[in-house]
Design a binder for this molecule. Structure first.
Ligand code: BES
Ligand code: MN
Length: 456
């Protein structure tokens, strides 16, 4: 057996270079962005997988529920040596939009920059580091992979994975695996790895309010005639109770693992201003992982500076609901719509449109395959065993995959650390910790190979 630690050390420089190549491609799958970059990043991922020795590499697309072609995913496959299991390695090559470049400490969010042991740039962590962790493990083994490997790198995770179900169905046989590694979560801290065992779901809702057939003078009509923007604000205010808990009937809430989140830690990691209070009730990890949220993400209305003295006729908000493990995005969407219909003030006209949602998931992380994974993590972190954590974010792929392959063990692993600031400005990857992530994944494949039929 070759020494995996030194094999990983040997490949890390090239892994770093190729991570930077991926980050330079602004692969945003959102509507309104240039999707040729997503196509280019799929090409590069495919090339990296071919060069890492995967014999069968395909770029695949499928039609989403909207009927439109989804963004390209990459599937690579190498069959197992006789008797060995197959491990599916998942990541996504699309990224969140970078937002305003002025908010970043570097000129261009898509030109990676190293500072203080971290690599800064959009996608450095979420989730191009996940792709490169998989490639690092493949490179460490070269032609001697001890297990069968299928790599699945999705191209529209951040945009809601509209075509994912179709992709999974159309490639079902190719994707079947005994173990699946989803390198798209966050570790509890530097030096403390985690296995993510519960994830929230998501449903995004557009709430449109109309009260008038056009905007009119606010002095002439205000006081008797309702405006749409104020009506919208009042409606949005009903989503929480006075304590800051979500007030929508019919959404699931459950209990989280016994782990505690220090209030001070949450304050500083999120950048809460002094004097600002937490919202909601219950233990902090429950508020973050196992209770629903309602967040107003954006509003279509005149900007404050440009707005006229007028009653607005129409106003629209995008509201994001995070759903607790055990909930279901379709029934949650119904509960939310019924709350909105019941609470809309002043007889205003309400239109509710729901984006493609994602289900939460709970993973029963027990049994030999999880033990094998935990041992790999403890080895890579010099004896520090991983802890089970929840995730407030969503990876809708997981519940879809669980439904399709109920017998597979699902390992949701971290590439981010609490300071990675994914989705915001100055996203970054902790480079030393990333080397451990890569080492852990290589060890995991070795441990998986040792499982025999009866233990998997
Ligand atoms: N990598 C994240 C999941 C995540 C969230 C990891 C928080 C660590 C901390 C994933 O790419 C993500 O952001 N998912 C979206 C899914 C949505 C668009 C359906 C999310 O949660 O917003
Ligand atoms: Mn991600």
């Amino acid at each position: 057996m070759t020494d995996l630690r030194s094999a990983i050390e040997a490949v890390m420089p090239s892994v770093r270079t190729d991570l930077e190549r991926l980050v330079r491609i602004p692969s945003v799958a959102f509507d309104g962005f240039d999707h040729s970059h997503v196509a280019r990043s799929a090409e590069l991922v495919a090339q990296l997988l071919r060069d890492a020795g995967m014999p069968d590499v395909r770029i695949v697309t499928a039609k989403g529920e909207s009927g439109q072609d989804g963004q390209p995913a990459v599937i690579a496959h190498k069959p197992p040596p006789p008797g060995a299991p197959t491990v599916l390695l998942y990541a996504h090559h699309d990224v969140q939009p970078a937002g305003n470049p002025q908010d970043w400490d570097q000129d261009d969010p898509f030109t990676p920059v190293e500072r203080n042991g971290r690599l800064y740039g959009r996608g450095c962590a979420d989730d191009k580091a996940g792709i490169m962790a998989h490639i690092a493990a493949l490179r460490a083994y070269g032609d001697d992979l001890p297990v069968g490997v299928t790599v699945f790198v999705e191209g529209e995770e951040e945009f809601g994975s509209d075509s994912l179900e179709a992709l999974l169905t159309e490639n079902r046989e190719l994707l079947a695996a005994d173990i699946i590694v989803i390198a798209d979560s966050v570790n509890w801290g530097i030096g403390q790895p985690s296995l993510t065992t519960s994830l929230r779901g998501i449903v995004n809702v557009y709430v449109e309010i109309a009260t008038l057939n056009q905007a009119v003078h606010s002095g002439m009509f205000g006081g008797a005639v309702p405006d749409a923007l104020t009506a919208l604000c009042r409606l949005l205010a009903t989503l929480h109770d006075d304590e800051g808990d979500v007030a929508v009937d019919g959404l699931v809430r459950t209990n989280a693992s016994p782990i505690e989140m220090e209030p001070q830690r949450l304050r500083s990691e999120s950048g809460m201003l002094d004097g600002v209070e937490f919202i909601g009730t219950g233990r902090l990890v429950e508020r973050l992982w196992t209770k629903p949220t309602a967040t107003v993400l954006g509003i279509d209305a005149p900007g404050a500076r440009e707005s006229a003295n007028a009653l607005q006729a129409v106003a629209r908000a995008k509201v994001s609901f995070r759903l607790a493990p055990g909930d279901d995005h379709e029934s949650a969407a119904k509960a939310i719509e019924s709350h909105l219909r019941t609470h809309v003030p002043w007889g205003a006209k309400l239109t509710v449109t729901t984006d493609h949602g994602g289900n939460p998931s709970v993973i029963d992380a027990t049994g030999p395959r999880y033990d094998a994974a935990r041992a790999a993590f403890a080895d890579a972190w010099d004896g520090v065993a991983p802890i089970d954590t929840g995730l407030g974010g969503a990876i809708p792929f997981i519940s879809t995959f669980q439904e399709m392959f109920p017998a597979a063990a699902i390992l949701v692993t971290g590439v981010e650390d609490p300071d990675s600031r994914a989705h915001g400005p100055n996203e970054s990857l902790h480079l030393a910790e990333f080397a451990r992530v890569c080492h852990a994944e290589a060890l995991l494949l070795r441990n998986a190979a040792k499982l025999n039929d009866s233990t998997r």
